[in-house]
Design a protein around this ligand. Structure first.
Ligand SMILES: [Fe+2]
Length: 288
């Protein structure tokens, strides 16, 4: 199949030419898309007509094992009855906008700080695939930061300093910084995970910073020094020059590589406007 890519930002992110992902199931095309993910980090597919099952099925075809132990799944069963489908919405079981103090809303609102999905798991998240189903009339963009170009722009001394460091990622930590606390029972299900601060992905030799709001501390350093380093790196990596902002249209499916990008949702009046997206995230398990 002839697929072309239109760059959306000078260094990463591309829109894919018109294809129907429900029909993509041959290994040649899937492999082509995986290579494009390694190159661009973010791919935008327009005008998709994916049912919830179609979205799950395509995610499995593209990338295998699905992430199910999300923070939402720890809080409650979602309205789709399937923990592999993360409900990125402000809508409750009854289809109405959630109450302002709903715990799921308080948890989800923290997705507005820069993060990468499931970095607090081991294996962590690989691809996330977010499908727009209801989009408000006001802008409610998702921003992506290119963590490989951000790495390239570090000075040589910093690259040497961070080369072999590891970071402990914890969603209990990141939510606490936003004033949301899990119960002791919930915390036991979210122990966190350690990952290298600098990493590469398949089909690319470029190094990426692996950061997130979940980045709690640098394993090899005292906690204050490590947290200062992480804050400096996140500030650097999210400068406007490294950021692509996606304005959503119903039917968009955006896939990003959590290992080479960070992302955040931008604020909108979520007590007035409904916004419903569904996300499937795969785990970073080696492919055979
Ligand atoms: Fe996210």
């Amino acid at each position: 199949m002839n697929i072309s890519f239109k760059k959306l930002h000078p260094t990463f992110a591309a829109e894919v030419s018109s294809i129907d992902l429900r029909e993509i199931n041959d290994e040649v095309t899937l492999s082509h898309l995986r290579k494009a993910m390694s190159e661009y980090g973010v791919l935008v597919f327009k005008a998709q007509q994916l049912s919830l099952q179609d979205q799950l099925d395509f995610a499995k075809r593209l990338d295998g094992v699905l992430h199910t132990k999300t923070s939402n799944s720890v809080l409650s069963k979602n309205r789709f009855g399937n923990d592999a489908l993360t409900d990125i919405s402000n809508v409750a079981q009854d289809g109405e906008i959630m109450a302002a103090d709903d715990r799921r809303r308080m948890n989800n609102i923290s997705n507005r700080i820069w993060h990468t999905d499931a970095s607090f798991e081991n294996p962590p998240g690989r691809y996330s695939m977010l499908c727009a189903r209801t989009i408000p009339s006001v802008r409610a963009d998702t921003e992506f930061a290119d963590m490989r170009t951000a790495y390239d722009f570090l000075d040589d001394q910093m690259k040497v300093t961070i080369e072999n460091l590891h970071v402990h990622h914890s969603i209990v930590y990141s939510r606490h910084t936003m004033g949301f606390d899990f119960s002791l029972e919930e915390r036991a299900k979210l122990p966190g995970a350690n990952h290298p601060l600098v990493r590469t992905v398949e089909n690319s030799s470029k190094k990426a910073l692996y950061l997130a709001s979940h980045a709690d501390h640098v394993v090899e350093w005292p906690i204050p020094e490590g947290r200062l380093l992480l804050r400096d790196l996140i500030e650097h990596a999210t400068k406007p020059q490294f950021v692509y902002s996606h304005e959503w249209t119903v039917g968009d499916l955006v896939i990003w590589d959590n290992r080479t990008t960070m992302h955040r949702g931008r604020p909108f009046d979520d007590k007035t406007h409904k916004r419903e997206l569904t996300r499937v995230t795969t785990l970073d398990i080696p492919r055979h």
